[in-house]
Design a protein around this ligand. Structure first.
Ligand code: AMP
Length: 213
């Protein structure tokens, strides 16, 4: 089963994707994670995209489609979760063509809806475990007092360079201008299921499970 998790920054796509990886053996393909990895390993592409990412703008379709194309060459195990991709209509068309080339289909597009005010609050307070990616929130789920990640015991926590109010505004604008048209696109194709992304992680996971059948 191949699915897309679609939603604005802070909707909880990464958190829910990690659960699906653990529970269903699916493979998470996050273009944001791939781009951050390219940056930290200092590749030429990583250097090219750094300023665009920090500003909260979208990198070119060509770059992200290329990243996804490479990943689809591998074994898909329990299926792919596309997390943060596609983000534009040309990316959505390209994904359809790439899946078709591999004899695969897109089974569901899960739209995670979250109110804008909640997104800002979530993102500004967000940090993650540098080892396993467990997400913390300064208000609702502070980093453990003993300094050890509740999931893996890791002791390094990080905040994303683009999790600040200024680039968040640009990221939200990019979502509404460039990504939200995909909701109609996938609705028209009959692939879209909408879940409320505002609830507790468990509740959202339950809704996603129901949507996947
Ligand atoms: P994310 O981790 O998904 O929030 O992505 C972080 C940043 O990486 C975004 O703000 C963009 O600059 C870039 N990015 C990630 N995925 C895409 C994509 N599918 N298309 C364009 N830019 C992307």
């Amino acid at each position: 089963m191949n699915i897309i998790l679609l939603g604005p920054p802070g909707a909880g796509k990464g958190t829910q994707a990690r659960r699906l990886v653990e529970e269903r053996g699916m493979i998470q393909l996050s273009t944001g994670d791939m781009l951050r990895a390219a940056r930290s390993s200092g590749t030429a592409m990583g250097k090219r995209v750094a300023a665009v990412m920090d500003a909260g703008e979208l990198v070119t379709d060509e770059i992200v489609i290329g990243l996804i194309e490479e990943q689809l060459e591998g074994d898909n195990g329990g299926g792919f979760i596309f997390d943060g991709f596609p983000r534009t209509l040309p990316q959505a068309d390209a994904l359809g063509a790439l899946l078709a080339k591999h004899g695969a289909t897109l089974d569901r597009v899960i739209e995670m809806q979250v109110d804008d005010g909640a997104l800002v609050a979530r993102i500004i307070a967000r940090s993650t475990c540098g080892c396993c990616g467990e997400v913390y929130n300064d208000v609702t789920k502070p980093q453990p007092a003993d300094g050890k990640c509740v999931n893996c015991g890791g002791t390094e926590f990080k905040r994303r360079a683009d999790d600040n109010e200024e680039s968040l505004k640009t990221r939200l604008l990019a979502y509404y201008k460039q990504t939200s048209p995909l909701i109609g696109y996938y609705y028209a194709k009959g692939d879209l299921v909408t879940v409320d992304g505002l609830g507790e992680i468990e509740a959202v996971a339950g809704d996603i499970k129901a949507a996947l059948g």
